[in-house]
Write a protein that binds this ligand. Structure first.
Ligand SMILES: [Mg+2]
Length: 396
């Protein structure tokens, strides 16, 4: 089998990759929303992969992997990798999880980072009330993640929250030392959220990046009695193009609260310091940024060897990305906690992606399906209306 074409169309704000072959089998991959600007980067790889055998996934990846980097520049390579696995699975007549070593669980736990309800103000009471709404949402999530500190509106909305200035713009980063008032307010909100949830639902907190080491340690120690699932991205993370494992290690060694990072990191080599130095307790690679699902699986196995847990990121990767997350998460070792469940945004994504269970999430889990490949397809007829001008031949 040979690759005949690499296509990319931006549907909504998601670049979607479609790889075609000379045997009529095609594969899909999806890039996170709001990354429409990556289309030329994706198409750049076409000449490197046309003519290759897509079922030799790693051999194809060796031709393009050096062209990626930390988020968002690992997305193109990652989406191509997922499309290759989709083809390899269809060619073999097997779900992708079989090709990754087989599943060790029939349903995968997911956590809520995307199903949100409007907040009624920003008091601790409002945070508690909002958590109760999320707890009652029909997916029955058993873990809910909420943004606080520099991963929330707090620096903007709370007077004298920190000793610094709010930065604006897509790739700007707000950070600095918290005031005592800011720190106390943050802790009060976490306490209130936990009261809203009780002990039936785990609370994870996305905190930055941008916190200082002393503030991260103070916050982590203050919430120790609350048994939160993790504090994410206190120091680096998000779109920060470096890791700073030594600094994370200082925070992690200072507290019993689990410390988490890794959503922006590209390739196993860049996870090495975090894992070998046991610099965090939990890592959260995104299959759409790390370099693909096989890369994520490799990192999960290596993390497991070192007693480090896995909670993959995935909020923006859409419904085709969701399928990839289900396939790989079914195969991860027992250090797997849950992945962050993506949603279809806008809602018409649910009309154009076929193959997902309905409802997708039940009692906080997704049941792993057995269809060949990733197990999802785009309905060409329904999707055609959303194709931008110039991409009318995407499904041809
Ligand atoms: Mg995050």
């Amino acid at each position: 089998m040979k690759i005949t074409d690499l296509k990319c169309a931006v549907l909504g704000s998601h670049p979607v990759v479609r790889i075609t072959t000379d045997e009529g089998i095609s594969g899909l991959g999806q890039v996170a929303g709001r990354k429409h600007y990556l289309k030329p980067h994706i198409l750049f790889y076409k000449d490197f992969i046309v003519g290759e055998d897509p079922t030799d996934v790693e051999r194809v990846m060796m031709r393009i992997r050096k062209g990626g980097s930390f988020k968002p520049w690992g997305s193109a390579v990652s989406a191509i990798e997922m499309a290759l696995w989709d083809i390899a699975g269809k060619a073999a007549g097997l779900p992708v999880y079989k090709l990754l070593g087989g599943k060790i669980r029939d349903k995968v736990r997911v956590y809520n980072g995307a199903v949100r309800f409007p907040m009624d103000g920003n008091s601790p009471e409002a945070h508690a009330a909002n958590m109760k709404k999320m707890k009652a949402s029909p997916e029955g999530f058993t873990i809910i993640k909420q943004g606080i500190a520099f991963h929330s509106g707090m620096p903007n909305e709370v007077p004298d929250y920190f000793y610094g200035e709010v930065q604006t713009g897509r790739f700007a980063r707000t950070g600095g030392a918290l005031t005592e008032r800011g720190l106390k307010y943050t802790i009060d909100c976490v306490q209130a959220m936990k009261e809203g949830l009780g002990d039936e639902v785990g609370l994870a907190l996305d905190c930055g990046p941008g916190m200082t080491v002393p503030d991260a340690i103070r916050l982590a120690q203050a919430v120790e009695p609350l048994n939160v699932m993790w504090l994410e991205d206190t120091i680096t993370g998000d779109y920060v193009p470096y890791v700073l494992a030594e600094i994370y290690r200082e925070v992690t060694r200072s507290t019993s609260t689990p410390i988490h990072t890794g959503e922006q990191i590209y390739l196993r080599q860049n996870f090495r310091d975090l894992i070998e130095k046991r610099a965090v307790d939990i890592i959260g690679p995104d299959p759409g940024d790390i370099g693909g699902i096989a890369e994520l699986k490799w990192v999960a196995e290596y993390a497991d060897l070192h007693g480090i847990l896995m909670a993959p990121h995935g909020i923006f990767i859409g419904l085709i990305g969701l399928a990839a997350l289900v396939q790989v998460s079914a195969t991860l070792p027992q250090n797997y906690i849950a992945f962050e469940c993506p949603i279809g945004d806008p809602k018409w994504w649910y009309d154009i992606v076929e193959g997902l269970p309905d409802p997708i999430v039940e009692d906080g889990f997704i049941t792993v399906w057995d269809t060949p490949g990733m197990g999802v397809e785009l309905n060409g007829e329904a999707a055609r209306q959303y194709l931008p001008e110039g991409d009318e031949d995407f499904f041809d």
